[in-house]
Design a protein around this ligand. Structure first.
Ligand SMILES: NC(=O)c1ccc[n+]([C@@H]2O[C@H](COP(=O)([O-])OP(=O)(O)OC[C@H]3O[C@@H](n4cnc5c(N)ncnc54)[C@H](O)[C@@H]3O)[C@@H](O)[C@H]2O)c1
Length: 328
């Protein structure tokens, strides 16, 4: 990490979440003065426990009027991670909720930025802004290209609005705005959401619980690029530092794995070998999701992942034993 962050007042919305807690680790290490705002609807205090005394934490619901303003005053950089999203079992039946909730949250945060005028903001969008027929690997298409991906259309529209309104704010106020479009993250700090959880924790839990046969949603041929949340956080900070230009940057890479191969990798590393069955009646989302990382590498002077999927899956297996050892 560069000296850019040293001594800076940085507020992290959603800092108790999966990516946020790793991002706080990096900021503290870089010497920033960190304030986390989180309502703990999804984030956990335990994921920040090791930073006790090193960061400030404020509990607050950023959807409520005037909450963000009261915390943003005097902050130099706002990194806006707070959002609501769940796995594919939840999103398709909750598009309105995803749109309305995230729209309100983002509006409040940007209004507070307009009022408090930090030097920079990083807004975290999503690869869900891309349409289902986007080319793969997907370059940074203009935000209004087609419709957002169908499986997450409400969430995707809210992220598009966030990008557009943050860009407008940059023009109106001169605030530096970084826009990141992440693909798929995971880490051993994942908070289990039961049947609504994301694909890696879901497969780990079901395989290590001993489900046999293991029914996998979709054909198994859908492919994804997965990046450890530490690497997500490194990329968010690098883009904020080097490219606060109201210009979206993908956070993800070209390499993908088929969901069938992901399940097989988990089986290999965990020593469980259920019979895999693919249920094509269940939603599987876009067939290929991979990022064109050209711009990410260009604006960050060549940032690369530090944690391989194999290492990350081992960490997720440990996550399972820490969280569910009673059923192991
Ligand atoms: N994890 C991924 O694969 C992925 C992919 C694409 C985009 N993103 C985006 O990256 C960002 C971080 O993702 P994550 O995986 O860490 O998410 P997360 O759900 O783990 O963290 C979000 C945090 O926001 C908090 N929060 C939610 N509503 C709030 C509110 N009203 N007020 C205050 N805090 C609130 C939650 O408690 C949680 O700690 C999000 O904006 C997400 O949309 C994530």
């Amino acid at each position: 990490m560069s000296h850019f962050w040293s001594g800076r007042n940085v507020v992290v919305t959603g800092g108790a979440g999966l990516v946020g807690s790793h991002l706080c680790d990096l900021l503290v290490h870089a010497g920033a003065k960190v304030l986390v705002i989180d309502d703990f609807s999804k984030g956990t205090r335990s994921s920040l426990k090791h930073l006790e005394g090193k960061i400030r934490i404020q509990e607050g619901d950023l959807c409520q009027p005037n909450i963000a303003e009261s915390f943003f005053a005097g902050q130099e950089i706002v990194i806006h991670l707070a959002s609501r999203a769940y796995g594919i079992a939840y999103s398709p039946n909750h598009h309105d909720e995803m749109l309305t909730f995230n729209r309100t949250l983002n509006k409040r945060v940007l209004e507070a930025c307009a009022q408090c005028k930090p030097e920079r903001i990083c807004v975290v969008s999503s690869s869900c802004v891309y349409p289902d027929d986007a080319p793969s690997p997907t370059p940074e298409l203009p935000v209004m290209t087609g419709e957002p991906e169908k499986a997450n259309i409400g969430y995707g529209w809210a992220k598009r609005e966030l990008e557009m309104e943050a860009s407008q704010l940059a023009v109106k106020t001169g605030i530096g705005v970084a826009i990141v479009r992440p693909f798929n993250a995971y880490s051993g700090r994942y908070k289990w959401e039961g049947g609504y959880s994301h694909v890696i924790p879901m497969l780990i839990k079901r395989i290590l619980d001993g489900e046999d046969p293991l029914v996998v949603w979709g054909s198994g041929n859908q492919t994804r690029n997965f990046l450890h949340a530490i690497d997500f956080a490194r990329c968010f900070l690098a883009v904020t530092e080097h490219h606060a230009a109201a210009d979206p940057v993908n956070v993800g890479y070209e390499e993908t794995i088929r969901i069938a191969d992901l399940a097989a990798l988990i089986c290999e590393l965990s020593g469980h070998h259920p019979h895999l069955v693919f249920d094509t009646s269940k939603p599987e989302g876009r067939m290929i999701k991979s990022a064109d990382s050209t711009k990410l590498r260009r604006v960050t002077h060549g940032i690369q992942p530090t944690i391989s999927l194999r290492e990350g899956i081992r960490e997720m297996i440990d996550w399972y034993y820490r969280n569910f050892s009673h059923s192991a």
